[in-house]
Design a protein around this ligand. Structure first.
Ligand code: CUA
Length: 157
C-alpha cells in the first residue's frame, strides 16, 4: 500500500502530538498529586463499617454551633446508608460520603451537591438548605444493573 509522503508526515505529527499530550497529562497528574474530584481523605473501603465516624452513619450537629451539621453517608450498592436524612430548615450541612464497593454518584436534586464517590476516598460537599422540602438523593454514576434503585432523600423541615 502506498502512502503519500505528506500523509505519512501528517500521521507522524498526529501520533507524536498524542504521545506528547499524554506525557504532559501523566507528568502533571503525578507531580501535582491530582486525585478524583471533591475527594478529601483516604479510607480503607473494606473497613468502612468499623471506621469512625462511618461506623455510625447519619446526621450529627457540629459541637458549639446552632444550625450546622455533618452527615456521614455510605454508598453501598445499590443503596445509601442512611437512606433518608432529616435536616432542619436553614441548616448548613457538610456531607462526607464514601463507597465500600464501586464508584457511585451522590447528587442531591435542586442543590449543587454532586459528588463522585470513589472507594478508598471520602468525598465532601457543603450545602445550606434554606427551603423546606423533599430533596431526592441520586446515584448518578452507573454502578451495576440495580443502579436505578440507588436513591435516597434529604427531608428539610
Ligand atoms: Cu450507585 Cu449508581
Amino acid at each position: 500500500m502506498h502512502i503519500h509522503r505528506l500523509e505519512k508526515l501528517w500521521l507522524g505529527f498526529g501520533i507524536a502530538s498524542l504521545i506528547i499530550f499524554l506525557a504532559i497529562i501523566g507528568t502533571a497528574a503525578i507531580s501535582e498529586g491530582i486525585v478524583p474530584p471533591s475527594n478529601r481523605q483516604t479510607i480503607d473501603p473494606a473497613k468502612v463499617a468499623v471506621t469512625p465516624p462511618f461506623d455510625h452513619p447519619g446526621l450529627r450537629p457540629v459541637p458549639g454551633s446552632t444550625n450546622e451539621y455533618t452527615a456521614y453517608v455510605i454508598a453501598r450498592y445499590p443503596s445509601f446508608d442512611p437512606h433518608e436524612i432529616d435536616v432542619p430548615a436553614g441548616a448548613k450541612v457538610t456531607f462526607y460520603v464514601t463507597s465500600t464497593d464501586v464508584v457511585h454518584g451522590f447528587f442531591i436534586t435542586s442543590t449543587d451537591v454532586n459528588l463522585m464517590v470513589v472507594p478508598g476516598w471520602v468525598s465532601a460537599a457543603t450545602h445550606v438548605f434554606r427551603t423546606p422540602g423533599h430533596y431526592l438523593l441520586l446515584c448518578n454514576e452507573y454502578c451495576g444493573v440495580e443502579h436505578h434503585f440507588m436513591y435516597g432523600a434529604v427531608e428539610v423541615r
